[in-house]
Design a binder for this molecule. Structure first.
Ligand code: C5P
Length: 219
């Protein structure tokens, strides 16, 4: 198989995929795809009662991503919907929809279109197993549910959202179970993935390991 210039980072929610993806993209000047946001956008438009075709068209035509102070802002035309998309309410709907074949198929090409032959770092659940099977480097990043819940707690608190820790741990465990046990594209490491458990690691340590792997594969 011809390998393409993509680093995939898969793993459960709040394992640090997004931060790692941003650091790698920044270091190597790669483009970035946060596939979870596409599932969350799907959920957002689903809640507005749009059909699958209308949703795909909205994502292609009305949505833009703006990088601001190292963070993504997601705009629906000129409306900033970032905080709403990042909420646990939307995550639940996204997780429910993500087990549907039509939804995964609608998003497949949108995700592939992020690759334009230059470097891309793609994070999600099935980047290495389905969407970019032909990626040069595959990472599977994980951490214990408690550590991940704590990270998500701080993230949501920083966004000014109300959070309840026990409910958050329960939500994360439930979502992991759904994502890992679904029939289509379950959350699993690709055969050739490098598995990194970040429970006892700092962001810098995870970045350093991954950076060395990218250098080995790409340079
Ligand atoms: O990563 P994030 O928490 O933003 O993803 C939201 C939900 O979207 C996940 O719980 C998962 O069900 C779904 N998802 C997926 N495949 C991906 C990315 C996200 O099924 N590649």
């Amino acid at each position: 198989m011809n390998k393409i210039n993509v680093v995939t980072i898969d793993g459960p929610s709040a394992s640090g995929k997004g931060e790692l993806a941003k650091s790698i993209a920044h270091q190597f000047n790669f483009k970035i795809l946060d596939s979870g946001i596409l599932y969350r956008l799907f959920a957002y438009f689903f809640n507005l009662k749009l059909s699958n075709e209308e949703i795909a068209s909205k994502i292609n035509n009305d949505i833009s991503f703006e990088l601001k102070e190292d963070n993504f802002k997601i705009l629906n035309q000129s409306d900033d919907i970032t905080n709403y998309l990042r909420s646990e309410d939307i995550a639940k709907v996204a997780s429910m929809l993500s087990s549907q074949k039509e939804v995964r198929e609608s998003l497949f090409q949108i995700q592939r279109n992020f690759y334009d032959k230059k470097g891309l770092v793609a994070d999600g659940r099935d980047m290495g197993t389905v969407v970019f099977k032909d990626a040069k480097l595959k990472i599977f990043l994980t951490a214990s549910p408690e550590v991940r819940a704590k990270r998500r707690y701080l993230e949501l608190q920083n966004r000014g959202q109300e959070v309840n820790m026990p409910a958050l741990i329960a939500d994360i465990k439930e979502r992991d179970l759904k994502d890992s046990s679904r029939e289509l594209s379950p959350l699993l490491p690709a055969d050739e993935a490098h598995i990194i458990d970040s429970s006892d690691m700092s962001l810098e340590e995870v970045f350093s390991i991954t950076k060395n792997l990218v250098k080995k594969e790409f340079i």
